[in-house]
Design a protein around this ligand. Sequence first.
Ligand SMILES: [Ca+2]
Ligand SMILES: [Ca+2]
Ligand SMILES: [Ca+2]
Ligand SMILES: [Ca+2]
Ligand SMILES: [Zn+2]
Length: 473
Amino acid sequence: MRRMPLIATASVVAAVGALLSTAATGSAAAPLSSAAVASMPADLTLVQVRQSLLGSHSWYAQTYRGVPVLGGFYAFHSTGASASVDDGRRVVTGLTSVSPGVARSSAATAAKGHGNARSSRLVVVPGAAGASATLAWQVTTDQDKQVLVDARSGRVTRVTDERVLANGSGKVFDPNPVVALQNESLKDANNADSAVPASAYTTVTLANLDGSGYLKGSWANVTNSKKGKNAGAFSSSLAFAYTRSDTRFEQVNSYYAVDRVQTYIQGLGFADVNHEAQDLSINTTTQDNSWYTPSQDTITVGTGGVDDGEDQEVVWHEYGHAVQDDQVPGFGSGSDAGAIGEGFGDYLAATMSQGSSADTATTPWACVMDWDSTSYTSTTPHCIRRLDTTKTVANRTGEVHADGEIWSHALWDVNKAFGRDKATRIILEAQFSYAPTTTWAAAAQKTVDAATALYGSTDAATVRAAFQARGIL
Ligand SMILES: [Ca+2]
Ligand SMILES: [Ca+2]
Ligand SMILES: [Ca+2]
Ligand SMILES: [Ca+2]
Ligand SMILES: [Zn+2]
């Protein structure tokens, strides 16, 4: 544990010296001596004193002008003849006032998306790496979430799940066997295990499980019923190792895909993009299709051809629809917005595969659903669609998936210019401002505007050029 000490070494020595003299008088487990207390930094409040076999452990919380500092602590350990200080106080700079600009009740309202407020308190949030500290309301909700609401802007800046979550393990295709094996000749063979070599599987950590033994967690929730031939997978030891002929395999693959994409989105800094457990109904239709249902907020994954749940790019595509529906209520009406939905879903699938596989001549990143599409395409590489076609607005057909290839190509050009993190951050930020029935031109302009606000005019010009190349702007 490495933390930034704030006080001079001399005063730590003084405090330890005081403790040692306490120990020497034979009262190691007693509360701190008045000399030790007197030499302590002033910005602390006692949280608790615990007695162990060897002595006492006094824990303090750091405060700044009376307000608790998030993550800041200070501890005296007095064990037998030795005593030590663990100074975990954080540097607080640049904070001019500790009176909130936003009322407690407004903070509770801002946190509503994560549950009803149970309690709230004002906290100081230390800045990262020398940046200014900020003041925030820390709202604890009835969904066991801790929500930080900036006390000046009123915006939610961080959401943490208080529940202690479990990791399990699972066997998955990452992102699918065609990419993993670099083999465009693989065939479904009616879901036979023998059709896909064992080397196509990867054993992964399934994160953020709730520990119930089902594939239920913070960001993904397999809703399959508990009984029947398509029952939800259960493992009390949270070990989910199945092969593709087992209907539970697609549940594991889908849970993993969704947990990973939500975790990635959070890593980009977004605390409020479909920030909930996504319901997943796996292998519950025999259609060769998967879909997102806004009114149910559910992704349904089908078993036609190659089981869709065997290809994470299918799941990521559907998650793209869930993301946009979460960002903008009723998003996707009209052919322009509909095509943006399909194009963004394909983009999200491609950029997630970017994170764990190479861009090769056999399986280019721009190719979407390499494995699922083996059952309905004959040319290689097998792709349901691509992000690098030559199409422009002049080639629009009115069919949203086909037209989505025009939109996704623009997003892909942004990705190629900036890399996946920066590009996806711009795109996600922009989508908050898309109208449900947006036109392409309006949505493209919002994306340029988001780039301007996040990174400045030079990068915004790059984004504009990507849309111009497709005839969108
Ligand atoms: Ca299967
Ligand atoms: Ca949702
Ligand atoms: Ca399929
Ligand atoms: Ca792919
Ligand atoms: Zn779609």
